[in-house]
Design a binder for this molecule. Structure first.
Ligand code: F0G
Length: 425
């Protein structure tokens, strides 16, 4: 199987007339090409297929300089953007967890260390820069929380109005607080994330807002830098590329972005196709439409109308980037797996025990790796990177539930000593 299995996934090709400074948009379903910044569009005019940004020059390792997302400007649509700054996140070692899971090497790419505490900042630095190029003034998104926090911060930084639609009662406290304090107008919708996205998608279609969900192809360009960073860091520290990248899946934006990263590197000759890491997606059992499609070998992902999980960031039933992500999972020889909320909580605790604080959705990556290792799908000789997408403090309630109970004690040394069972005077 090739990572370019479908014709319209091939990123190399003639620069079309419609390109601006060597950048254009291409439909992954029918191959139609469009000018990148003249008209706002999120899907193909001809067939409603998803769009991808394309470049006349493909990336090589020598092109990259500086740090963070904009180190990769040569494979982004702009030289610079609205930056806080983002990227350059740690690739933690977790020796106890590595031994316990039983793989050759395990590293944790902690995207919770971005400015607003999630990987969304990588997408927003590029997405908000694109909004400036388009000359729009009202930015909007549907969100399970992290996108709204990042949009509010980056939109605010750019001096633009921001509107966010959140599923009522299903967004972690830290995220709502961020969106609120960074000045977004927050609408709490009576419906789940997918309903929020339906609504904001319609507002965007009417030209009433500029959409900064991952349906926006420019946002995913920023998120592509997660892959570039993982490959560079891993190679520099381990002398090789990772065999597998395991990540939580909601709307499947990151899965799509990583797949594009690999295709561009292979097309330029910077990465051998044999060295492409296996993309491995993890969903919560109560919200696992991608896993269903992968397990059943389906071409399309069926929308789940009813979804539930404590990992609210990935409480999503209609992964809009599935047409980009499914071929990525299949073409790289990866897989997808669903895990229970209990397994997610245990993984969150395991990571926290090694000092790495992540929110529940992020811990799904470790829970998924553990399950795949137990099934023998992942083998003991593999070098694996798990992507942890958001910071522990995003969801303080979940952190407290996963952690130990505080104990009430008297305000005296004697009382504390007695409580701790210390003997003697
Ligand atoms: N992990 C976290 C912490 C997230 O916030 C999200 C998505 C995902 C994983 C899934 O990523 O959509 O690229 O597959 N959060 C979005 C939001 C939906 O609104 O914040 P994906």
């Amino acid at each position: 199987m090739s990572i370019f299995d479908s014709t319209h996934f091939d990123v190399a090709g003639e620069t079309p007339q419609c390109a601006t400074d060597g950048v254009w948009l291409s439909c992954i379903a029918c191959g139609e090409q469009f000018a990148p910044f003249e008209t706002v569009r999120y899907v193909c005019d001809e067939c409603d297929g998803l769009l991808e940004a394309r470049y006349d020059i493909l990336p090589t390792w020598e092109d990259f300089e500086g740090t963070g997302v904009w180190r990769y400007a040569s494979v982004l649509p702009f030289e610079s953007g609205v930056s806080l700054p983002e990227g350059n996140t740690p690739l933690h070692e977790v020796p106890r967890l590595e031994a316990d899971v039983g793989v050759e090497r395990l590293r944790i790419k902690h995207e919770g260390m971005n400015p607003t505490g999630s990987f969304k900042d990588r997408g927003m630095t590029v997405g908000v820069r694109t909004a400036q190029e388009m000359g729009v003034d009202r930015l909007a998104c549907a969100s399970t929380g992290n996108t709204s926090a990042a949009l509010a911060a980056y939109g605010g930084r750019a001096g633009l109005e921001t509107l966010v639609l959140l599923p009522q009662g299903k967004v972690a406290a830290g995220k709502v607080a961020q969106a609120s304090c960074h000045g977004a107008r927050i609408l709490e919708v009576d419906g789940n994330f997918d309903v929020c996205l339906d609504i904001v998608g319609e507002l965007a279609e009417r030209g009433e807002v500029y959409l900064l969900n991952s349906l926006n192809p420019f946002r995913l360009e920023g998120q592509k830098t997660i892959g570039l960073e993982i490959l560079e860091q891993f190679r520099d520290e381990e002398g090789t590329f990772p065999d597998r990248i395991v990540l939580p899946v909601g709307n499947a934006g990151n899965t799509a972005a990583l797949y594009k990263c690999f295709r561009e590197l292979v097309a330029s000759g910077a990465l051998e196709e044999a060295d492409v890491p296996k993309l491995t997606g993890v969903q919560a059992e109560g919200a696992a439409p991608m896993v269903e499609a992968v397990e059943n070998g389906n071409e399309e992902v069926r929308r789940w109308e009813s979804v539930e999980t404590r990992a609210t960031a990935i409480r999503i039933g209609n992964p809009v980037n599935a047409p980009k992500a499914l071929p990525g999972i299949r073409g790289t020889g990866g897989t997808a797996i669903a895990v229970s909320d209990e397994e997610i909580q245990a993984a969150q605790r395991d990571l926290a025990g090694e000092g790495v604080g992540v929110e529940p959705a992020s811990a799904a990556s470790i829970a998924g790796l553990r399950a795949l290792r137990e099934q023998g799908e992942v083998t003991s000789d593999e070098r694996v990177v798990c992507l942890t997408t958001g910071h522990l403090l995003k969801d303080p309630d979940a952190a407290a539930e996963a952690g130990v109970e505080p104990e009430a004690v008297p305000g005296t040394t004697a009382g504390v000593r007695e409580h701790l069972g210390m003997s003697g005077e």
